[in-house]
Design a protein around this ligand. Structure first.
Ligand code: SF4
Ligand code: SF4
Length: 321
């Protein structure tokens, strides 16, 4: 059916239909009041009015810690955690674009087996959002990097399919949908980050000093970022001769991240802050062909000392040092 419309009164039934395609996860609130993606046991737990979760959905594809190799007894086996079918409902455009970015990293020339297995069994249902003051994007937009996308209408949602799996979902939910003329689709966002002044990037401009004087190197801005994927690989051998190899998130804001063979290339906080900025906005964005900042605003909201890297995108002379 073209122009698919789901009345809000049928949302619970629609969620039940999604369960046919895998374990259903969605935005909920923890006991401590933190928005998160978690299994949706009861539709009443759904919080579609959320602005952003603390941890983005990258956690499903790129787990915080996973065993990637187990060896011993003269052999080895790859240890990637098994993945079941998973449906994530209610993902905002920025997080969908974040996953599209990680796809470029982990599924390019040499696909990461664990990521590829999990990605192949993941169904993404996006939903439109309302940007707030933390967002780096310029407008609420619709992302095509999903299977289905829901845009709010007067008493429900216009639903657009962007994949064969999305079409299968719509077929399964056909009895819940009605035909209603779709609203004009908003433009899909381009890179959300404006150009920086090249003079600022490698300089000792007071702005860098200002940030470094308050940054506590907690790494929250990287942990919560949907496109950050630095990891470390550690070996844990046992006395019996076997062992395991673990991959876990690393963080370029940590002092240990720049350590190589006894030297540390970024011992100072200023160096690490500047490294993250240069790496993210000036290095990897052109390399991957899409912005490595998807504008989610988490790094601003969750920074304990309110550092706002958007200040770096305006001309230095306009910024109070
Ligand atoms: S840099 Fe900040 S605003 Fe951009 S994607 Fe990462 S957490 Fe979101
Ligand atoms: S969240 Fe803020 S304080 Fe923590 S490392 Fe990032 S910029 Fe520094």
């Amino acid at each position: 059916m073209a122009n698919n419309f789901l009345k809000i009164s049928r949302l619970d039934q629609f969620l039940e239909t999604l369960r046919l395609f895998g374990e259903l996860h969605a935005p909920t609130v923890s006991e401590s009041g933190v928005h998160r993606f978690s299994p949706l046991e009861d539709p009443d737990e759904l919080h579609l009015d959320y602005r952003r979760t603390q941890i983005p959905p990258k956690k499903y594809l790129f787990p915080f810690r996973e065993e990637i190799l187990h060896y011993g007894g003269g052999g080895y086996r790859e240890g990637h955690s098994s993945a079941g079918d998973l449906v994530i409902f209610g993902v905002h455009s920025c997080d969908l674009e974040g996953i599209a970015y990680l796809d470029r990293v982990f599924l390019a020339d040499r696909p990461d087996p664990g990521y590829a297995a999990r990605r192949s069994r993941l169904t993404l249902v996006g939903i439109a959002c309302e940007p707030d003051d933390f967002c780096f994007c310029t407008a609420a937009t619709e992302s095509a990097s999903c299977d289905l996308f829901l845009s709010a209408g007067q008493d429900g949602y216009h639903i657009t399919s962007y994949s064969a799996r999305g079409s299968a979902l719509l077929s399964a939910a056909d009895h819940l949908l009605e035909e209603r003329a779709a609203q004009p689709s908003p433009a899909i966002s381009g890179p959300c980050y404006p150009a920086q002044d090249p003079e600022l990037r490698f300089s000792d401009h007071p702005l860098w000093q200002k940030f470094a004087s308050t940054c506590v190197s907690c790494g929250a801005c990287s942990v919560c970022c949907p496109t950050c994927y630095c990891f470390d690989v550690r070996e844990y051998p046992t006395l019996s001769g076997g062992g395991t190899r673990i991959r876990e998130w690393d963080n370029c804001l940590f002092a240990t991240h720049g350590e190589v063979a006894g030297a540390n290339f970024r011992p100072d906080r200023l160096d690490r802050l500047r490294y993250r900025f240069l790496h993210k906005y000036c290095g990897f964005t052109p390399l991957q062909g899409m912005s490595s900042c998807v504008g989610c605003g988490r790094c601003k909201e969750f920074c304990p000392v309110d550092i706002d890297l958007r200040e770096l995108t305006v001309a230095p002379e306009k910024v109070e040092p």
